[in-house]
Design a protein around this ligand. Structure first.
Ligand code: FES
Length: 230
């Protein structure tokens, strides 16, 4: 036997393998779109969600029972799953948005049907009309509009002074506040004109809000204000 035969055979096998790689690549390139055609992400022949365009959506989610936020300044944290239409096997990509339900000591205007103004005025952008327009319940996203950290609801304003950069609220704001540990932005959830108003720190705007309904004894979130971090 030729002493070089095993080496020649190994070389041939290697060459066969190398030439097979582009063939396999070409097969994948043909089969992948075919599989996507046979199992589309949203609907046959459509690449976008038919009714919502690229507006993020989520399933209505019960986030608190009324009794859990029965008294002024009660609060409840929750997480809402936001869904973006995407070209994936599920037809969406999910992102978790942490939020906080706050019971204020007085009702505020969330949406004025006459002027279209209020913290929930964004609802019309997604084709919704707020059903709760006046309420002492308000629901904020906990994503800080400065650079996207998760801020805290701090029931005692003295803890804000002690732990978030020494901010001393004026008498009318000496109540629960929302405070971000990253760059010390502080928000007043109960500001009558602009709930969530930035009262200290670098945040450019109040936190985004959630649209909600009251179903039986449950507070149900249906949508979160669209937009980026700020
Ligand atoms: S991320 Fe919250 S203050 Fe900067």
């Amino acid at each position: 036997m030729d002493p070089q035969a095993p080496e020649l055979m190994a070389r041939r096998r290697f060459l066969k393998l190398v030439t097979a790689i582009p063939v396999l690549g070409a097969l994948v390139a043909v089969i992948s779109p075919l599989l996507r055609f046979l199992k589309p992400n949203v609907e046959k022949f459509k690449i976008y969600a038919p009714t919502t365009g690229d507006t993020p959506k989520g399933e209505p989610t019960a986030v608190a029972a009324l009794r859990e936020v029965a008294n002024p300044w009660d609060s409840k944290y929750f997480v809402f799953m936001q869904k973006y239409p995407q070209y994936t096997p599920e037809g969406f990509k999910a992102a978790n948005v942490p939020g906080v339900v706050v019971r204020l000591p007085y009702p505020i205007t969330l949406f004025d049907p006459a002027t279209g103004q209020g913290p929930l005025s964004w609802a019309k952008e997604i084709g919704k009309t707020p059903t709760v327009t006046q309420s002492d319940i308000i629901i904020f996203s906990r994503i800080c509009p400065h650079l996207g950290c998760i801020y805290n609801y701090v029931a005692n304003y003295k803890e804000v002074t002690a732990g978030y950069g020494g901010y001393v609220p004026p008498p009318e704001r000496q109540h629960a506040l929302m405070a971000c540990p990253c760059h010390l932005s502080i928000y007043d959830p109960a500001d009558r004109q602009t709930p969530g108003r930035v009262v200290s720190g670098p945040a450019p705007r109040p936190p985004r809000t959630f649209l909600f309904e009251v179903r039986g004894d449950q507070i149900v979130v249906t949508d979160v204000e669209p937009g980026g971090i700020a």
